[in-house]
Design a protein around this ligand. Sequence first.
Ligand SMILES: [Zn+2]
Ligand SMILES: [Zn+2]
Length: 129
Amino acid sequence: MKWLRRNKPESAAGKGDGAQETFPLVKKRAMCHVCGDVQSFTQVWRRAAMVRRCPNCGLVFENPEELYKRFQPACPKCEEPLEQPGFEYGYCDRCGSKFELMEGAKPGLLPNQSQRDEMRKHGKSWSYV
Ligand SMILES: [Zn+2]
Ligand SMILES: [Zn+2]
């Protein structure tokens, strides 16, 4: 199985992992399940490439394509949900929760470490579907 490597713009190189893998979008308003209300999302982006390094624990993925075979890819070490290419994401301005924001779909929460810990404490496993 081969992963076709796209050429990345040279200007974005050396700016740290991930910077060139996403494109910023204009802000949106969406329902935040955590706040329980419609909030503005100022920081919104579209992911262009697979996540190759966990943004939470820093684990470098040897075979990201293996992780992306799952319906909901996640870091094998800390369970951080991974953003998927072609999908749009954003942070709630009020509480900072990260959501998948697709037009015409309900926003899906991508719980961070403390939100996952909290869910586990209540006997729930995180799942954003
Ligand atoms: Zn919120
Ligand atoms: Zn991780």
